[in-house]
Each structure stands twice: as structure tokens, then as C-alpha cells.
Write a protein that binds this ligand. Structure first.
Ligand SMILES: [Zn+2]
Length: 389
């Protein structure tokens, strides 16, 4: 929009528009050189207005204001300055007016072309978009290997009637330890050192990051009467220093089956089914006595080394590097649920029996896919992740 002219104006034109309000006589102009400088001033005023950034509507306002037939500045200059001018000045006023008119028209035309070419440019940029060019490629991610292994294991247990339950990663010591038959003085707590949450003074119970998915055994049995057949996939924590086989966060699938007539044979049969489904039908399983506070008896399950076919020797004749010649690989711990645990959940230990297992997902993934460092699961290096699309 046109703005009032600057304070340097002589007042030959009114300050709020471009209109010459007075006659030359009123302005005290009697000499030709005064006429020339008066027109120079008008021209400067126009130039300053025409040099501002303009769009078409503003250009039209500028044009009307200067050369509009009815009330444009040129018309008024003709009426107020030229027509009443004294014979001495008329000639020079006429000359200056013609020059001014030519300048206004030329400049306005020029500015109009500028504006139109800018508009055209915008249009031609849009026209030049080539829709046949390939678009920006946005690669679709895939599940992390750990998530894939979770899924694989869940599917195997779904197929034999287990269902999935999930529980909190922040637990109370009661669910993480005590109800699992691990009282406060129990030495096994040393192996399960974990992270405790900083709580306000006077908090009713400490809170910790669960060291295993086993608390969900208790939470499930509290809510549900037998038969129970669940698996609990999830993240667990221990205060371990990171190395090739340890991490302060890792993954487990807990399993629990409780019913009125579950035997040790059901237990080993279930585990063997799972292992053969996961590693392939040619592997063998075996179990060794072990100890966990919440199972009795407890066992450690081994699988015949899938890398050397359980021979302990590699294809080249040397010692198998995966099982170190042992032909067996330790898989995970399990056992029959300790009757003491039933006492915490109001199950009748004389009537029910069951088994539980805790599978380390990271370890199984490493074994199955030949990964020798657990840390790669947490580093998010796409060169690793892309190998498991
Ligand atoms: Zn081997």
C-alpha cells in the first residue's frame, strides 16, 4: 500500500496521497528551474513508491494513484499546475509533465512485467515437477532379531495350548523374590543383584527392576485357578557388567504349567518338543540336575550342538568352536514347581503339580543365528539389523 511520503517533502503534494493540492502560484514558484526541481521531487516520490515489492493488486493501486484518469496525480498536476500556470511557466511545466508521464508509464509497465514474470516462474516450477521420477525411498524397518525370536518361541508354545501374559518390569521384592521361595537371607539373591528405584522416604515397599520374568508365575496363579498354561515374554535386569555374554538388560520367556496331573514326563516332553521345533528335529536334548529356589527338582536343559551335529568336531576336523568339543550346549534352567511356592498363591500343593522354565532369549538367538556378542542386540547398528530382515 502507498504510505505517506517522507518529511523531506516540500509540501507540494499533500502528505497523505500523491495529489498536488495547490497551484504553482500558491507554492510561490515563479522560475523555470523551480519547476524542474518540483517535478524532480515528484518523480523521486514516485520512484520510491514504485521500487517497493509489489504484487499485482498493489501495482494497480499504485497505477491508479499516479496515472488514473479521474484522480491520478498526473490529472491533478494538469488541472492544478499546468492549466492555471502563467504563460512564462506553462511551456516548461508542459515539458516536465510530459517527461514525468513518460517516466511513470514506462516504469509502471516495467514493474508489471517483473511481477508477471515472477508469477510465471512460480507456475513453471510447478509444471516442471516430473512425476515419472522415482520418489524418495523410505525403507520399511523390520522386527529386531530379539522380537523375531520372541515371536518364533511364542508361536511354538501357542501351538501346544499356552497363552501369553505380560507383567510389570518394576517389581516388589515380594513378587521378585519372597513369593518365589527366595527369602531375604537366601544366597541366590547375590546372583540376582539388580537396580532398586529411588523412592521417597517412608515408601511402603522398595521397588526394583525385575531380575527374571518369574514374578509373573505368582501374579498369574494369584488371579487364576488351575489349569494354568502361560508363557511370559519380557525384559529383565541384573547388575551385570556388559561383556560378550552379559548385559544389564536382557530378555526371557518364562513358562508355567500347573494342573492336577502334570508329571515330570509332561515337563520333559514339552521342553523337548520346544527345542526340536526351535533348533530342528535332528537335535537331541538332555537334562542335568540343577538348583533353583522355586523348582524342585530343578534341571538344566542341554541341546546337542546344532553346529557340529553333536559330534564336538567341526567340518574341518578341528574342535567345534561353539560347543568347544563338548558336543552339548547349555540351554536354560527349568524344573517342577516347588510345592512351597503354591503356599504363596493358595493352591493346594497336595492336589496340583506343574513345571516352570525360564528361557534366555538373547542366548537362544545367539546360538541359533551364530552371534557371539550379546551387545550387538543393543547397539542398533543397521549393518547387523539388516542381516535379519
Ligand atoms: Zn559343536
Amino acid at each position: 500500500m502507498l504510505r505517506p511520503v517522507s518529511a523531506t517533502s516540500t509540501g507540494a503534494m499533500s502528505s497523505s496521497d500523491n495529489k498536488p493540492a495547490q497551484t504553482l502560484a500558491d507554492l510561490g514558484i515563479t522560475q523555470t528551474d523551480q519547476v524542474v526541481s518540483l517535478f524532480a521531487e515528484v518523480r523521486a516520490r514516485f520512484d520510491s513508491q514504485a521500487s517497493r515489492p509489489l504484487d499485482l493488486p498493489n501495482w494497480e493501486i499504485l497505477r491508479q494513484s499516479w496515472i488514473g484518469r479521474k484522480s491520478g496525480a498526473l490529472t491533478l498536476i494538469t488541472e492544478n499546475w499546468l492549466n492555471p500556470a502563467s504563460p512564462d511557466l506553462k511551456r516548461s511545466v508542459g515539458q516536465e509533465l510530459n517527461k514525468l508521464k513518460a517516466h511513470l508509464e514506462a516504469t509502471l509497465e516495467e514493474r508489471k512485467l517483473d511481477i508477471e514474470s515472477l508469477v510465471d516462474q512460480g507456475a513453471s516450477i510447478r509444471e516442471r515437477v516430473d512425476l515419472s521420477l522415482p520418489g524418495v525411498i523410505r525403507p520399511i524397518g523390520s522386527h529386531h532379531l530379539i522380537r523375531q525370536v520372541f515371536q518364533e518361541i511364542e508361536d511354538i508354545f501357542f501351538s501346544i495350548g499356552f497363552s501369553v501374559v505380560e507383567g510389570p518390569e518394576i517389581e516388589t521384592p515380594y513378587y521378585n523374590f519372597e513369593a518365589l521361595n527366595i527369602p531375604e537371607f537366601h544366597p541366590v539373591r547375590d546372583d540376582m543383584d539388580t537396580f532398586y528405584l529411588e523412592l521417597p522416604k517412608g515408601a511402603p515397599t522398595p521397588l526394583l527392576l525385575r531380575t527374571h520374568t518369574s514374578p509373573m508365575q505368582i501374579r498369574t496363579m494369584e488371579k487364576q485357578k488351575p489349569p494354568v498354561r502361560v508363557i511370559v515374554p519380557g525384559k529383565v535386569y541384573r547388575r551385570d557388567n556388559p561383556d560378550a555374554t552379559h548385559s544389564f538388560a536382557f530378555h526371557q520367556i518364562e513358562g508355567l504349567a500347573v494342573d492336577t496331573d502334570i508329571t515330570f514326563c509332561d515337563f520333559t516332553g514339552t521342553i523337548e518338543y520346544f527345542v526340536k521345533q526351535f533348533f530342528g528335529p535332528s537335535v537331541k536334548t538332555r537334562f542335568r540336575p540343577s538348583y533353583f529356589p522355586f523348582t524342585e527338582p530343578s534341571v538344566e536343559f542341554d541341546v546337542s550342538c546344532p553346529f557340529c551335529g553333536g559330534t564336538g568336531t567341526s567340518a574341518g576336523g578341528g574342535t567345534c568352536s561353539k560347543c568347544k568339543g563338548a558336543a552339548w550346549i547349555e540351554l536354560f534352567g527349568a524344573g517342577m514347581v516347588d510345592p512351597a511356592v503354591y503356599g504363596f498363591v493358595n493352591y493346594d500343593a497336595k492336589k496340583v503339580s506343574g513345571f516352570a522354565f525360564g528361557i534366555g532369549i538373547d542366548r537362544l538367538a545367539m546360538l541359533k543365528y551364530g552371534i557371539d556378542d550379546i551387545q550387538v542386540f543393543f547397539q542398533n547398528d543397521v549393518r547387523f539389523l539388516r542381516q535379519f530382515p
